[in-house]
Ligand binder design. Sequence first.
Ligand code: B12
Length: 379
Amino acid sequence: MATTPPDLDAIIAAVIEELRVEAAEVRSAGGPAPAAAPPATAPAAPATAATPASAEPEVAHPQQQGPAAPPATAAEVATRSTPTPPAATPEPGAPNPAGGAAPPRTVAEASGRFTGEFGIDLPDPTDPERRRALQVADPYDAEGLANLASTTTARLGVGRSGPRPKTSSLLLFQADHGVALDAIHGSVDPDLLTRFELFSVTTRVADREEYLLRPDLGRRLSDEAKRDLQERCVKGAQVQIVVGDGLSAAAIDNNLEKILPVIEQGLTSAGIRLGTPFFVENARVGLMNDINDIVDAEVVILLIGERPGLGIADALSAYMGYRPTAGKTDADRDLLCMITEHGGTNPLEAGAYVVEFAKRMLQHQASGQQLRRLTAADD
Ligand code: B12
């Protein structure tokens, strides 16, 4: 019996129409599809598009030059170069001036990538409230689960759909992974370096791929860098500050503006002589040795991007060492890690801590394990 060929155009049109209706329903419901909805007890996902005042620095600093408000969500970290629309036109999800809850931001809106008519719009899975929402449908001990989840940023209580993860969990994981990749492969904003008058040098690494494959080359200055440091840097300072991209450009972009002035002013107001700060592209921690073989400072502070995690991709570390030189190892260094406004140590506070730690190193003329031994009695 002859069969009639299917009318593909009609089928595609029907599927598109169905998705359009589903997307409209999700939007009008103000949240994800029922399977991904947070439990009734969880707070509704708030609007985060405009990055609220809580993301502003707690202390206004005279050297700050009007930094943009830091991104509030992982998606915003990823799209930090996306221009912010004028204040007069609130973004979807921005606090509603009329007082009612605005519709949530969707992935499409957050990324600004879909400009066409058709797109499958789901709520932005990286919104902080949505990220933290417990999704176990019928927990045995709801309070216990909530308490447990509040102690960690690990992905607990994400529920499941049959044997599979929920769509929202999967999307969040993929979004976080994308943000981590962007942080690792991104470049530090050149305007930021210009504003702080940081000249740039490079390591022996040729490109970012080689940086990831050959950590040893990221611990050595290029010949040109050695010449530049020789010519441009003050020698024999008490403290040398160095900025390196490390494994997260976003860590420098989002934190340098706050932490660097605190460190510089804290040290200079204590009468400590500073070297000439500069930036190193494709830097690793061990580079401190090579640098100090040229600049010959007492203490070297390296502000460097940390390996991004799945959730926080803009954490900075301050690695510090007393008279680093060839042969010194991590046992001779100290560090303050997780400097970020997104769930770590605030960069202003961290700057103050780094200043105190540098003073301690200068006082005891030691760092790392040796400093521990010398100060064991004080602690
Ligand atoms: C990757 C990593 C490691 C790797 C480093 C391997 C490598 N070659 O990359 C391994 C698994 C070996 C490691 C080991 C340790 N680590 Co570790 N590590 C990290 C992690 C996840 C990322 C570090 C990073 O991105 N560095 C920046 C990049 C650009 O540096 P890099 O040049 O590529 O790699 C160097 C640094 O990572 C450094 N490093 C790594 N850990 C530590 C710890 C200390 C105290 C020092 C001085 C240096 C150091 O070693 C690498 C080689 O020089 C951080 C977590 C975080 N949020 O930062 C913890 C972290 C830095 N590590 C930590 C600790 C405690 C250790 C150990 C002491 C654990 C132990 N008890 O053995 C050892 C010490 C290692 C050492 N080098 O002497 C703590 C430090 C806490 C603190 N403030 O002092 C952190 C913050 C984790 C945590 N939250 O507890 N670590």
